[in-house]
Design a protein around this ligand. Structure first.
Ligand code: SAH
Length: 384
């Protein structure tokens, strides 16, 4: 591997908590952590690391502010504060995205665009978000502004696209609230389609400004392939994709099974998921909006038959309503994808106490230079 790079603002930014630790060492630490947590539960396969652990983040946010001398800075908030740490380039962010943010900063003065001041509420530009489809090459720029009126917006977009012809859509997002949330609710498309598309494991997904999408697409592809392989699908299964987000896992698995039922709490994500199914001509996946636990309790109450459950809950993990319904539905296999090893271990203990055997776990490094680790676990129903 190439020589380790160092970031000059690592301490202040706090994003890369494992700066200064070699990549090999990071993988060893993650492997050890998962082995320790799951030692009485299941076998842990070797961690899937990155070939090149830099610039993997496909979504970049930058906050903008004025310095006292009037110059403009962009970057991230210093941990726990609202002071901006200037960032020109970041070791884990996409380089095209960082270059676009630098150039937007450079254009502001000649366009006389004022940066928003959190205290006075005066000024226009608050944040810039850039998302890039790693497979498609499509690039979205979101200008988060305190007002829908952006002076000379057409010329601004023209100037920006001249510097970065790779930009495929520019969106003005209106955030006029006193809030630490980056995005407001209203989006006005200034250029292009208002969304980008990206491809993962052969399926194409539409990403709007607020859509949830894994931030490390290179490793996500490996994670999903592994999850689907672990389930050893034969083509006739009835599958649940719980906590499905924009539908990724279920849509990718759909060509390997008879039908998929997907459930997700976030309304916008479900809308995206339905569009994604259509976009890919997939007809054997149904989406439900609601709490996954309640949904599973209902299914179990109806005595439905399910063969495989994929579950990918948020950091808090799953809940007893969900897990107890899995037991009732008694699928042959459960594939649990988790971004939080602690809640994973807790939920696995529940399932293994109630008739399931955890066969194997695979850690996947989705968040290099940080302590976070993703894990995929296969559980099999014991024959009683
Ligand atoms: N499987 C998707 C998303 C995983 S992130 C992917 O890989 O892209 C976890 C998802 O769970 C988020 O989309 C979140 O909105 C959803 N979620 C959180 N709590 C939920 C609940 N109680 N019921 C259903 N979905 C929930």
């Amino acid at each position: 591997m190439e020589e380790q790079k160092v970031c000059p603002v690592a301490k202040k930014c706090g994003g890369c908590s494992w700066q200064g630790i070699s990549y090999e060492e990071q993988l060893k630490k993650k492997q050890k952590q998962i082995r320790k947590l799951l030692k009485d539960i299941c076998l842990v396969e070797p961690i899937i690391g990155m070939k090149n652990p830099y610039h993997y983040r496909n979504k970049v946010n930058a906050a903008f502010a004025h310095r006292r001398d009037g110059s403009i800075v962009s970057g991230v908030y210093e941990e726990g504060t609202h002071r901006i740490v200037p960032v020109d380039e970041c070791l884990i962010e996409d380089q095209t995205a960082d270059a676009i943010i630098r150039d937007i900063r450079g254009l502001l003065k000649s366009f006389k665009i004022k940066v928003y001041n959190e205290d006075s509420g005066y000024g226009l530009l608050r944040h810039v978000m850039v998302r890039r489809g790693f497979a498609s090459g499509e690039v979205m720029v979101v200008l988060v502004c305190a007002s829908p009126i952006f002076p000379s917006k057409n010329n601004f977009v023209k100037a920006l696209r001249k510097l970065h012809p790779e930009i495929t859509t520019v969106i003005l997002n209106v955030n006029d609230k006193k809030t630490s949330m980056v995005l407001g609710e209203r989006n006005i498309t200034l250029y292009g389609k208002g969304f980008i598309e990206d491809t993962l494991c052969g399926c194409t997904f539409r990403l709007s400004p607020a859509s949830f999408y894994q931030v490390n697409p290179v490793q996500t592809e490996k994670l999903y392939q592994k999850a689907i392989k672990m389930a050893k699908l034969q083509g006739e299964e009835k599958v649940i994709d719980a906590y499905c987000g924009i539908g990724t896992i279920g849509l990718i698995a759909s060509s390997h099974v008879k039908e998929v039922i997907s459930v997700e709490l976030n309304k916008d994500a479900v809308k995206d998921a339905i569009i994604n199914a259509k976009r890919n001509g997939i007809k054997n996946v149904k989406f439900y909006q609601g709490d996954a636990g309640k949904f599973m309790v209902n299914l179990a109450g109806q005595g439905k038959k399910v063969d495989v459950v994929f579950m990918d809950p948020p950091r808090a993990g799953s809940d007893e309503a969900f897990l107890s319904s899995v037991i009732k539905l008694a699928p042959e296999k459960v594939v649990y994808i988790s971004c939080n090893p602690e809640t994973l271990a807790r939920d696995l203990k529940y399932l293994t106490k109630h008739g399931y055997e955890a066969k194997s776990a695979v850690p996947v490094d989705m968040f290099s230079w940080t302590e976070h680790v993703e894990t995929c676990v296969l559980l099999q129903r014991k024959n009683i």
